[in-house]
Design a protein around this ligand. Structure first.
Ligand code: LMR
Length: 392
């Protein structure tokens, strides 16, 4: 038969955990797998600003006609201002989530910059690896976090200094996924110098704006690169900070100093997108445009993002504190230093497996824990589970 030669591939290393967690009957299970924010009730709520914007859309939206290849210009304007600041006059291309923006970038590189490779941090989000490979772009790596689970900026710079001129370097704007280790301002400046001197094209993935040090603070490196370099690509995601995960809302921002060249590049993006998803989904982007275009809704949303950010910071501190009685606070002190949803805990794949099998604690086999998924009322239980696999 036609399908006889087709084999089975393993499930997604991150999304696959959702099903495994859901079918675990243990009432004391912990979901630290896929990167979704959970509140004190263990729910991933729809932010109130989103609900209000959706209500307005239900009342006022009068057509579902196609939007163009770049999506809604109103969304493109406000998301660009969120990322690059209100002085920036660029219009972003709307994409199905940040993942869509990455795939569009990958296909753009493959089609319009043939022969250029992409350099990813080691480690990085596993889907970075597969997206560029699927687009036919050669993938290489620069060191980021070593076996000692520490950020190694010197090793990163040493490798970037060897990258062939013209290649693309993918950087995480903030809240590095999976490690949670972010570059400091001085580090970013050094990376910028190398990118400039080696004539590399930076592609900055900005998926967690607002979850690190704040909405404006998290945009610092992106704005530095956009101001200092002639050409930059930026992918932005609204999944986490707007809680729009399933509505697939994201954007690709192309920065060029040459206005005519920008039109050329944007024409290529619309052409590539037409072959990928034709036109992007509208609902989430319409919600974001409604929120960011209304002073009151925007104020409410900023407060909601800040509340999520603060809760994650408290969970980080709380987990380190809960590990104290087990003599493990120092060993896991990095959890308090890392930023965003994720922590590269330093737990081995065997320890991650033991946590899952013996304590129903679900995290990615790399040792990445979604701190934003922790139940604050059961920090002691989680700390005991971690202690038992560390000592066992
Ligand atoms: C994650 O890394 O868990 C999130 O970015 C969700 C995803 O799509 O993998």
């Amino acid at each position: 038969m036609h399908f006889d030669a087709i084999g089975r591939v393993p499930g997604d290393p991150i999304l696959g955990l959702m099903g495994a967690y859901a079918s675990d009957p243990n009432p004391n299970k912990f979901d630290l797998g896929v990167g979704v924010y959970k509140d004190a009730q263990g729910l991933t709520p729809i932010p109130r600003s989103v609900k209000l914007a959706e209500q307005r859309l239900v009342d006022r939206q009068d057509t579902k006609i196609y939007i163009g290849g770049h999506g809604d210009a109103a969304f493109g304007k406000v998301i660009n201002e969120l990322v690059l600041g209100s002085d920036s006059k660029l219009i972003a291309t709307q994409t199905p989530g940040g993942t869509g923006a990455l795939r569009l970038s990958a296909d753009f590189i493959a089609h319009c910059l043939p022969g250029r490779g992409v350099w990813l941090s080691d480690p990085t989000w596993p889907i970075h690896e597969t997206i560029f490979a699927a687009a036919g772009v050669k993938v290489s790596h620069y060191p980021y976090v070593g076996n000692d689970n520490r950020l190694d900026v010197e090793a990163m710079l040493a490798t970037l200094n060897q990258v062939p001129e013209g290649d693309v370097v993918l950087l995480h704007a903030c809240c590095h996924n999976p490690t949670g280790f972010d570059l400091g301002h001085a580090d970013w400046q050094r990376v910028l110098d190398v990118v400039r001197s080696r004539k590399l094209l930076p592609l900055i993935d900005f998926a967690y704006q607002g979850f690190g040090d704040g909405l404006e603070q998290d945009a610092w490196a992106v704005r530095l690169f956009a101001a200092e370099l002639p050409e930059v690509l930026i992918t932005s995601s609204c999944s986490k900070n707007f809680g729009l995960y399933r509505d697939r809302t994201g954007a690709l921002i192309v920065c060029t100093q040459d206005a005519e060249k920008l039109l050329d590049v944007r024409s290529q993006l619309a052409h590539i997108a037409r072959n990928l998803w034709s036109t992007p989904p509208d609902h989430g982007a319409a919600v974001v445009a409604t929120i960011l275009g209304d002073a009151e809704l925007k104020r409410l949303w900023i407060d909601e993002v800040e509340a999520m950010r603060q809760r994650i910071a408290q969970l980080r501190a709380g987990l380190v504190e809960a590990l104290q009685p087990h003599g493990l606070a120092e060993r896991f002190a990095h959890i308090g230093v890392q930023r965003g949803m994720f922590s590269y805990t330093g737990l081995s794949p065997a320890q991650v497996q033991a946590l899952r099998e013996q304590h129903s604690v679900y995290m990615v086999s790399s040792g990445r824990a979604n701190v934003a998924g922790i139940d604050a009322t059961r920090l002691d239980l989680l700390a005991s589970a971690i202690a038992s696999v560390c000592k066992g």
